[in-house]
Design a binder for this molecule. Structure first.
Ligand code: FAD
Length: 516
């Protein structure tokens, strides 16, 4: 059985009795992105106040697919083991046309990684685990039933107006992280608009409880026999829950389609007459849009408040966690006097780039599923029929390109003989090192990794000497004998050399902090 709704306690905030001292960081939104930001900042020594209007975590699920990168971030946040133990591990996806399998893909065909390609886990579990974790951290001040209703910006702080069940109060902060979701109040307060594409097609998304032995795979159908002319997606989740997405077309009436008497016959066909219980159902339309910029003075947008995508590719929540990754170490460094505020421009450019990748992938998939009438539909239908007969046409079939971390454009020193997979801008590839994993040994400060050599000791960094094995050689050395890597606190590679001096590394670190 899925869990019941978790109630979130309202505790009267000190601001109701008189002005509070200005905070370093206030986060609006205790969704996955806001909670992750609070925990990550606390791990970097930065306390925060988290405000959320909610009074409970609803069990109506949204995200279910969490990528390898997100699980690595969960590890740093302290919920990785819990998430993987509960989640359904998968890496294989199958795409069908009618009843015929067109192709399958393996998202992590190689060994030597701590975490799997994906887990399926309902968003309410992720929020529940993050909440448990945040509750146990002194530096996080969680305030539920606190609705932010106004924002004033000043050159070096912001002032928020907040409504609670026991009255209103104001709160000031040096920095505001707006993680208040797709209908962001803060976006509206600043008069900012999303730019991008809104799709007209409607999708019925439901979670059902069913005893079945479907494998732990993603299954996607174009024009399945059980749902004529449309598309369908099936995912397995914990607690014997299955997610079924059914395309309905642009003219479907959402209120009518949501009625159990209309939903159940559709689902019965998908599950071939098996018994099931309907847990949750909704009808969605999707959009692929973003803000032009994510940093506006003292206000920083992250997660769905900054960008939103259709779920085909699982890039919404996963992309939001990558925002947290790119932002928090920079913000902590600014607050600690180690970096200038201008370093937030790097957050802006990295995550706008990440959002564009996610938007472009999700839009192409959605467009392939819902082609416009005319040449787009003709082309799509031709690709599908060709792919049934000819293998060469199968890569053109787009049933979802699943979330992978962005490779940022970093101008740090590079040694081109080293493998592409560990180039500057990419997340440090994992590998077994002794009886540990490389990704777990990188720490929360810049890490100077000597691969097959002693790394120079540099104040303010962690020095890590990695012994060579086959995985390390393939991912970090190629045909070179040794190398030195500079890894940022978000585990992204900043620079690498096949022979370097402490001076070169110090220069790359200054560059990373925006001090050059
Ligand atoms: C059907 C569906 C399936 C999806 N599947 C996936 C998937 O498989 N994988 C994936 O990665 N993503 C998926 N997503 C996307 C994912 O759910 C979102 O990207 C994710 O929830 C974004 O998290 P967030 O913290 O940015 O925003 P939210 O989760 O929306 O949280 C925002 C929070 O801000 C609070 N808030 C809002 N306004 C205020 C205010 N004025 N004052 C105080 N608090 C406020 C809200 O109460 C809420 O708690 C899916 C989405 C949908 C709809």
């Amino acid at each position: 059985m899925p869990p019941v709704e978790r109630m979130l306690e309202f505790v009267p905030p000190p601001g109701l009795d008189g002005p509070e001292r200005r905070k370093g960081v206030v986060i609006i939104g205790a969704g996955p992105v806001g909670l992750a930001a609070a925990i990550e900042l606390a791990g970097l020594g930065v306390p925060s106040v988290v405000l959320d209007l909610r009074e409970s975590i609803a069990v109506g699920s949204r995200a279910i697919c969490w990528s390898k990168r997100s699980i690595e971030i969960f590890d740093r946040l302290g919920i990785g083991d819990r998430a993987v133990e509960k989640g359904i591990i998968w890496k294989v996806g199958r795409t069908y046309h009618g009843h015929r399998e067109l192709f399958s893909f393996d998202l992590l065909p190689e060994e030597g990684h701590k975490r799997p390609a994906f887990i399926n886990l309902q968003q309410y579990y992720v929020e529940d685990y993050l909440l448990d974790r945040a509750n146990g951290i002194d530096g996080i001040d969680l305030r539920f039933a606190n609705r932010v209703v106004s924002l004033e910006q000043f050159p070096d702080f912001v002032k928020l107006g907040i409504e609670t069940p026991e009255g209103n109060y104001d709160l000031e902060a040096k920095w505001l992280i707006a993680c208040d979701g797709v209908r962001s109040t803060i976006r509206a307060q600043l008069g900012l608009e999303f730019e991008g594409e809104v799709f007209e097609d409607r999708f019925l998304i439901s979670d059902i409880e069913m005893n079945a032995d479907f494998p732990s795979e993603r299954r996607f159908w174009f024009e399945p026999t059980f749902h004529g002319g449309q598309s369908a997606l099936l995912h397995k989740q914990p607690d014997n829950i299955y997610r079924i997405d059914l395309q309905l077309g642009p003219d479907a009436d959402p209120a009518r389609e949501r009625l159990p008497e209309n939903v159940m016959p559709r689902i019965s066909k998908v599950v071939d007459g098996r018994d099931y219980r309907l847990e949750w159902v909704s009808v969605y339309t999707f959009q692929c849009r973003r803000l032009e910029r994510f940093v506006h003075g003292r206000v920083i947008f992250a997660g769905d408040s900054a960008h939103v995508v259709s779920p085909f590719g699982a890039r919404g929540g996963n992309g939001g966690l990558q925002d947290v990754d790119s932002l928090c170490w920079r913000l902590a460094a600014i607050l600690g006097g180690r970096a200038r505020p201008s370093v937030l421009e790097d957050y802006n450019s990295e995550r706008v780039h990440g959002a564009d990748e996610n938007i472009s992938n999700s839009s192409r998939t959605t467009r392939f599923m819902s082609p416009r009438d005319g040449w787009e539909r003709v082309l799509r239908d031709q690709v599908l029929s060709l792919a049934s007969a000819a293998e060469y046409a199968r890569p053109w079939v787009n049933s979802g390109r699943l979330s992978v971390p962005s490779v940022y454009q970093i101008s740090g020193p590079d040694s081109l003989q080293l493998p592409n997979v560990s180039c500057p801008g990419s997340v440090a590839p994992d590998a077994p090192v002794g009886d540990e994993w490389l990704i777990d040994r990188l720490g929360r400060v810049p890490c100077v990794v000597g691969v097959g050599c002693e790394p120079p000791a540099i104040p303010g960094t962690r020095a890590l000497n990695v012994q060579i094995n086959d995985f390390v050689r393939e991912r970090y050395l190629g045909s070179e004998r040794d190398a030195v890597y500079l890894v940022r606190p978000d585990q992204v590679i900043a620079a690498r050399w096949t022979g370097c001096s402490g001076r070169q590394i110090r220069a790359a670190i200054s560059n990373m902090w925006g001090m050059n």
